[in-house]
Design a protein around this ligand. Structure first.
Ligand code: FAD
Length: 397
């Protein structure tokens, strides 16, 4: 459909923020409109480059609202599921592949993702303005004025795709505060957890099964890897757990602990048998099974008599701690070390199908700037892209 371009505007659409969400939104809107993409940084797409350790985990086959903080995402995920997003990326020229359900670029290169996006912006004739900080969004009679440190621009529709401050970035929630759109409490998420419960194991990795318990509520169990550090637990599994901790910290939880099964491939009984069969009073307990610092921590948690004789009772007590080691969690590390932010622009203010502001027609928000946070596994970039597609579709309607 051809848009009725009006020269009283500098652009039909201005998108503030050149992350994954803003870029995709710009590419889609630019099929038949004059689009500007403005970004405060010297380059766009910086977060894409660091995503997934440089491999950029783009989406996940197990897509659904249960992997996010809110049901709000459901209508958009139903329209733009994993396959739709992969099809769209293929249309741009980016081939993807699946690895245990996680979607990556076929080249396993985040640079390739950004280069394909940059090529699409050029092919669609988007005006990309870097080193341009938006400082105010002003509603006008039939459109918007975007005030920047490089001058003012008028447009019919404006899209806020300013992301979050996680790791690096500019925090711009204030751009819409005067329009009656509040920001919810912000917390780091997809981040290492603070804990002093596993001592002396800096740099040790363990493949475990684990769940987090917060104020007596047990969250789902996952298998994966923890990386123990001084005063913190990191690794992909810790990032998964941190989603629950971040969301709970917005309602000020009291108690939080990780339950860790260090030997998920053996039952407690099999483990107790192994302990009895391999017991050497002068050797290191569990050395043939676990890293010695992990066994030392486990043994510290076992309440038993100090006699050198191994009994069924002792073996069962050791096995029980191996299967359910409890690490107290004292919170998360900070925003500069987090992959995303839990919190953002209040979802009450946006239409869940179009992401248009309910009270400010022609103003949209996409991606991480909204109070939407997904689990570790490609859910945040999926939301960045899916929400951008939904906004572009509404702007085109
Ligand atoms: C280290 C790391 C690894 C990650 N790995 C993954 C992963 O593998 N899979 C996954 O799904 N997610 C991952 N994430 C999260 C994911 O990258 C983000 O959720 C997603 O990229 C957010 O996209 P966005 O477009 O909404 O925002 P952003 O990428 O944050 O982009 C926002 C842009 O807006 C600009 N901006 C802000 N304010 C203004 C303003 N006032 N004026 C002009 N410009 C402004 C910023 O400069 C920025 O370029 C990772 C994040 C990090 C930090």
């Amino acid at each position: 459909m051809c848009y009725n371009t009006d020269m009283k505007y500098d652009f039909d659409v201005i998108i503030i923020g050149g992350g994954a969400s803003g870029i995709v939104c710009a590419v889609e809107c630019a099929r038949n409109k004059r689009v500007a993409l403005i970004d405060a940084g010297d380059k766009i797409g910086k977060k894409i480059l660091v995503s997934g350790n440089g491999r950029c985990n783009l989406s996940n086959k197990a897509m659904g609202a249960e992997h996010y903080n809110s049901e709000f995402v459901a209508p958009i995920l139903a329209r733009y599921d994993c396959q739709k997003v992969r099809d769209k990326l293929l249309e741009y020229g980016l081939v993807t592949k699946s690895e245990e359900g996680r979607i990556y670029p076929y080249s396993e290169s985040a640079t390739a993702v950004l280069n394909v996006f940059l090529s699409m912006l050029r092919r669609r004739g988007v005006s990309v303005m870097t080193k341009t900080l938006a400082t105010k969004i002003v509603p006008e009679i039939d459109g918007w004025k975007v005030v920047t440190d490089q001058g003012d621009y008028r447009c019919a529709k404006v899209v806020l795709a300013t992301g979050s401050k996680a790791t690096f970035g500019v925090e711009s929630y204030g751009l819409v505060e005067h329009l009656g759109i509040p920001t919810t409490l912000l917390r780091p998420t997809l981040v290492a957890l603070k804990s002093k419960s596993v001592k002396g194991a800096n740099g040790v990795r363990a493949k475990v099964e684990s769940y987090v318990e917060i104020d007596g509520k047990a969250y789902p169990k996952y298998r994966g890897e923890y990386l123990f550090k001084d005063g913190a637990i990191s690794g992909v599994l810790a990032l998964i757990m941190s989603s629950h901790v971040a969301r709970a910290s917005r309602r000020s939880y009291d108690r939080c602990s990780l339950h860790i099964d260090f030997v998920p491939d053996m039952t407690t009984r099999q483990l107790a048998r192994y302990i009895i069969d391999t017991y050497d009073p002068r050797g290191v307990m569990l050395e043939g099974l676990l890293h010695k610092t992990i066994s030392a921590n486990i043994m510290e948690h076992v309440a038993m008599d100090k006699s050198l004789i191994m009994s069924d009772v002792k073996a069962n007590a050791i096995a029980a701690v191996c299967k359910d080691y409890v690490a107290e969690i004292d919170g998360t590390l900070g925003l500069s070390l987090a992959q995303a932010v839990c919190g953002g622009l209040s979802l009450d203010c946006f239409d869940e199908r179009t992401l248009e502001s309910k009270t400010n027609r022609g103003l949209y928000a996409t991606g991480e700037v909204l109070d939407v946070d997904g689990e570790c596994g490609g859910y945040n970039i999926h939301w960045a892209i899916a929400s951008a597609l939904a906004v572009a579709e509404d702007i085109d309607a």
